[in-house]
Design a protein around this ligand. Structure first.
Ligand code: SF4
Ligand code: SF4
Length: 282
């Protein structure tokens, strides 16, 4: 996995994720998914790699750090902020390529025998990442690795082979005694008992549901990094190493008026390879 650009990885058996499923269903029953209807579908598959892709025996979970200078925060008052993951090439494409390359290197020459998963596939990737030893699920609802922090993207390879030795789950919890993200979140979207209320989350409202009713985004145009920038585990994390995650533009070059008047055509020509297109294609 290192050879194709992952920073950390682990392997877990393809068993049911019953505890995680119970927590997810509880979270859904409290109305936290707001209008993200897709989360209500494929629940059984989401927590069963074997059901998602029959024949799967193991799941390889990889993570890549993307922290860049703007992950460290914007100056007070800047009102055209873009989440730092959106500055580089769309990670869905990068991770898919890396996982396909890894599958070939591992000898899986029949494409149908393996399944490549990036976050558009219904799979409980954060639960799998914890079981694979990559880190714990923080109060900001993201996987936090003790060295890389939470500015990471995850990808999984479902494979039809058992592994001689599986990874140990990550048992620590570096959130104990903290709570900075709850204080920092501008909209109170982080539930003190755990989980995010997506109706209040700026990231959801500027990326997934940008056309919804007026909502104060606190200067964020696309995504929101507030609950990561404030996290002490990110303060010491290194900047990205994989060149695929090099920023392709700087949001500091644009103001809020630029984004408000940007046409889909101009967005495509300037930012067509980045995740920003999820918003501007709508
Ligand atoms: S800011 Fe503190 S509580 Fe929030 S995710 Fe980071 S360590 Fe956990
Ligand atoms: S992404 Fe922003 S709005 Fe959403 S939980 Fe984190 S700090 Fe709050």
């Amino acid at each position: 996995m290192a050879a194709v650009g992952f920073d950390v990885w682990g392997v877990v058996p393809a068993t049911e994720l019953s505890d995680a499923k119970r927590h997810f269903e509880q979270w859904l029953s409290e109305g936290n998914a707001y209008r993200l209807d897709y989360l209500e579908r494929n629940i059984s598959k989401r927590f069963s790699p074997q059901e998602l892709h029959p024949g799967t025996r193991s799941v390889i979970v990889g993570a890549v750090g993307y922290k860049n200078r703007l992950s460290e925060g914007y100056e007070e008052g800047f009102d055209a902020r873009v989440a730092s993951y959106a500055l580089s090439e769309d990670y869905h494409n990068s991770l898919r390529e890396m996982l396909r390359q890894a599958a070939r290197m591992l000898g899986f020459t029949e494409p149908k025998s393996v399944k490549v998963c990036v976050d558009s596939v219904p799979l409980a990737e954060k639960s799998l990442a914890r079981l694979a030893g990559l880190g714990w699920v923080g109060r900001n609802s993201l996987i936090i690795n003790p060295l890389l922090g939470s500015f990471m993207v995850l990808g999984e390879l479902l494979v039809p082979e058992e592994c001689d030795k599986y990874s140990e789950p990550y048992e620590g919890n570096g959130c104990v005694g903290c709570g900075r993200c709850l204080l920092r979140c501008p909209t109170g979207a982080i539930n003190p008992r755990g989980g995010i209320n997506t109706r209040l989350c700026i990231s959801n409202r500027t990326v997934e549901q940008a056309s919804e009713e007026p909502f104060d985004t606190h200067g964020w145009i696309f995504g929101c990094d507030e609950c990561q920038t404030c996290c002490p585990h990110n303060a010491t994390a290194p900047l990205y190493r994989n060149p695929r995650f090099e920023p392709t533009f700087s949001p500091l070059d644009y103001d809020a008026n630029f984004w408000a008047t940007l046409t889909p055509e101009e967005a495509e020509s300037r930012f067509g390879t980045t995740p920003l297109m999820r918003r501007f294609k709508k």
